[in-house]
Design a protein around this ligand. Structure first.
Ligand code: BGP
Length: 465
């Protein structure tokens, strides 16, 4: 394709702390909610993960060899503040100082996610996001990071995929003996996260006037299954409730009217304190970050059990809602080995919608294909399907740029193999293979996959493929 990527485009890749770091209790780190999860039998847990905490320098050297202009990672809150709201653990903070310094030494722009699913366990025991105390704890934690890393970090992301945490809590899991929270509590948690996010964005702007901060929501487009008008309404409902309701508060500073009515009609509207409205209204992000994997196709409700179905092959993500809408198969799209719809054109469409709706630059902070990659006897990993997947998505980003969307960066998931949120190490996404299996750690050696050499060329030529 003809390159049309702006100079300074942030060609990157992504990871998150608990999925890549391991060393889950080293150097004073406190446990987080994800450390307490029970894992599906035979699947990798997060204790060692990809051992990145121990191999950070050599991993970053590989990222530099890949040619990354930017690297998106998350900071483990309970490494920096082990109990979430108490003393700062300097050793934990030093790890991230070293990571940022190492990235900068290689000319790689650090992009920091403040919180990626791993709430400190001590805060969870005090009620987690249901307790407004967590709002203050998050703002304080963010402030610690702004002060410690703000001289080198220019781009910050607030909360990763708040909508996944609220709408599909099963995708992240619950510790043994705990039930998934009911919907009303989830929306109350969500409200507290939104207030916390608004305060953190404001704090960032006060502390670091040059820095940019934004939310990172899993964002996608919904298609109506047919041209039946009722299906169009159903698809619109779902897009509003699943994506816009979260981003609208972050960007416009107030609740989406349709989403709020939906919550009120079902007795799910969160309790809001008088100051919340002002706090939400006072904060503005500098860009919108989206994690994009696939699209869904939605039809009007039938009002029976067929309204709800798991995303193919994935029991943790339930699409549809009884009496409101139901998922349908899309005959025009292929699927990944894990049943996720592959829809590069849907990325262009989503970028256009985000641009029109918010008028802000857009960063694509996740996109990728999970597959059971294998190390061949000759020591190579041929992930041609990943090259195809990413190439098609990059082509659509290019078209979106030509449409007038200001896309500022692309961060495929993931820079290196990481533990999948609930499918262990069988499902890999990285440009770099990690030589381990579910419970057999082997030597954790790093092996660049075929996609590594391909992406290296894409970056080196600023988008020529
Ligand atoms: C996103 C999460 C990531 C990552 C990715 C792939 O929702 O932000 O943490 O895991 O999805 O998902 P999975 O590992 O379940 O395939």
């Amino acid at each position: 394709t003809q390159a049309a990527f702006p100079d300074g485009f942030l060609w990157g890749a992504s990871t998150s702390a608990y999925q890549v770091e391991g060393s889950w209790d080293s150097d004073g780190k406190g446990p987080s909610v994800v450390d307490m999860l029970t894992h599906p039998a035979g699947k990798a847990d997060f204790t060692v993960a990809s051992d990145h905490y121990q191999r950070m320098e050599s991993d970053v050297a590989l990222f530099a060899q890949l040619g990354l202009k930017a690297y998106r990672f998350s900071i483990a809150w309970s490494r920096v503040i082990p109990d979430g709201d108490g003393n700062v653990n300097q050793e934990g903070l030093n790890f991230y100082r070293r990571l940022v310094d190492t990235l900068c030494a290689h000319g790689i722009e650090p992009i920091v996610t403040l919180y990626h699913f791993d709430l400190p366990w001590a805060l969870e025991q005090k009620g987690g996001w249901l307790n407004r105390h967590t709002i203050d704890a998050f703002v304080r934690y963010a402030d610690v990071l702004f002060l410690a890393l703000g001289n080198k970090v220019r781009f910050w992301l607030t909360i990763n995929e708040q909508n996944t945490m609220i709408l599909h809590p099963g995708a992240i899991g619950t510790p043994p003996g705990r039930e998934l929270p009911d919907k009303k509590s989830l929306y109350q948690q969500s409200h507290h996260m939104l207030v916390a996010q608004a305060q953190v964005m404001q704090r960032c702007h006060q502390r670091l006037p040059e820095a940019k901060i934004g939310p990172a929501i899993n964002t996608t487009s919904m298609y109506a299954a047919t041209c039946r008008p009722e299906d169009a309404i159903a698809a619109h409902n779902w897009e509003t409730l699943r994506c816009w309701s979260f981003l609208d508060v972050a960007v416009h500073g107030r609740y989406n009217a349709l989403a709020l009515r939906y919550l009120q009609d079902r007795g799910l509207a969160p309790q809001m304190l008088p100051q919340d409205t002002a706090q939400l209204a006072a904060a503005r992000p500098d860009f919108v970050a989206i994690n994009y994997y696939s699209t869904a196709t939605i039809a009007a409700s039938r009002g029976d059990a067929s309204d709800v179905a798991p995303r193919a092959g994935d029991q943790q993500i339930m699409l549809g809602e009884p009496g409101v809408y139901r998922p349908e198969e899309n005959p025009y799209t292929a699927k990944t080995p894990y049943g996720w719809v592959i829809d590069p054109v849907g990325l262009r469409l989503t970028l256009r919608k985000v641009c029109e709706r918010y008028g802000l630059p857009v960063m694509i902070t996740e996109n990728g294909i999970g597959a059971p990659d294998t190390l061949a006897a000759d020591g190579t990993v041929d992930d041609g399907y990943r090259i195809d997947f990413l190439r098609q998505h990059i082509e659509q980003i290019q078209l979106a740029l030509a449409d007038g969307v200001e896309v500022i960066g692309y961060f495929p998931w993931s820079a290196i193999d990481v533990v999948s949120t609930h499918q262990g190490y069988a499902k890999r996404y990285g440009f770099i293979y990690v030589n381990r299996h579910e419970q057999t750690l082997n030597d954790l050696r790093r092996i660049p996959k075929r996609s590594f050499y391909w992406y290296q060329q894409v970056i080196a030529s600023n988008g020529h493929q």
